[in-house]
Write a protein that binds this ligand. Structure first.
Ligand code: ADP
Ligand code: MG
Length: 281
């Protein structure tokens, strides 16, 4: 049985949104590009998707999606906005929650603010996928999100530095013992052979030294369509749907949807919040 299918059967009778954090050891490997385009590919497959932009440094998701958030989570927790007022609509019904500096303060929420977060759950419960775009590296904030999310995608490129940084990150994740599996996406590969080799290299070391399984979820090829899309602030999956990276993303979405359906007993998102609060405290 493939690792993904195994994951599928282990998920059992689950319900609620699947929370997937996208992270990397090294910055600039293509996380935001993946989150933006994958959200749209999942939406095309009829799934309801919410993106949490938790990269506190840069509000990249909105930029690559070509939308402008009027408010952020900060306005909800510290201002007068309700959760439905801070959702930024994106194409194909995707919705974006901008973290702003709101995420930084999770540890210090008062009861009114905690209630607001709980109210927010109603929205996320109805989604099929919550994709979290995190920053790179092993800072407390990044790790908080990754450790709290039920599933994690670690993005790598075939460059040696990307692989070593990703390995350090995965090593820390394996110590948390939250995930039994890490999904790998290899970006900027020249061809499938190169991507498979990169995934194989890191998996071999992880298999030997870490108690965590690496699953090669998919690959995205190096292509000008990605840079063109960034410059135009339009997702390549919409702007150049026939391009190789658009096809790559389509396959990743298909695998996620086919490989592990979102059926769950307890709400993944409630679990996510409980874990993240614990982590920040
Ligand atoms: N498959 C690809 N082909 C060509 N360029 C890419 C590809 N993926 C990413 N890039 C380039 O890398 C830059 C950084 O991507 P981004 O998604 O912002 O990375 P991250 O979120 O990990 O920092 C993009 O602006 C784009 O120019
Ligand atoms: Mg980014």
């Amino acid at each position: 049985m493939s690792a993904l299918l195994k994951l599928n059967s282990e998920r059992g009778n689950q319900r609620g949104a699947r929370v997937i954090a996208v992270t990397s050891g090294k910055g600039g490997v293509g996380k935001t590009s993946l989150v933006v385009n994958l959200s749209l590919a999942l939406a095309r497959l009829g799934r309801r998707v919410v993106i949490l932009d938790a990269d506190l440094g840069l509000a990249n998701v909105e930029v690559l999606m070509g939308v402008t958030p009027l408010f952020t989570l900060y306005d909800c927790l510290y201002g007068t906005k309700e959760i439905d007022e801070i959702l930024t609509p994106a194409p194909l019904g995707v919705q974006i929650v901008s973290g702003g500096s709101g995420f930084l303060e999770l540890a210090n929420l008062n009861s009114r603010q905690q209630q607001k977060i709980i109210d927010a759950l109603v929205f996320f419960e109805e989604a099929d996928f919550v994709l979290i775009d995190t920053g790179a590296g092993i800072s407390r904030n990044v790790l908080g999100f990754v450790a709290a999310a039920e599933e994690v995608i670690v993005m790598i490129t075939p460059e040696p530095t990307s692989l070593t940084d990703a390995y350090s990150l995965i090593k820390i994740l394996s110590k948390f013992q939250v995930h039994r599996q890490v999904l790998l996406v290899v970006n900027r590969a020249e061809h499938e052979r190169e991507a498979a080799a990169a995934a194989q290299r890191i998996s071999a070391v992880a298999n030997r030294f870490l108690e965590i399984e690496l699953v090669h979820l998919g690959s995205i090829y190096e292509h000008r369509a990605v840079t063109r899309a960034v410059k135009r602030q339009q997702p390549f999956i919409l702007f150049e749907p026939q391009s190789p990276p658009a096809a790559n993303i389509g396959l990743i979405a298909r695998r996620l949807v086919d490989g592990c359906p979102p059926v769950r007993q307890e709400s993944a998102f409630q679990g996510f919040l409980q874990r993240i609060m614990r982590f920040f405290r």
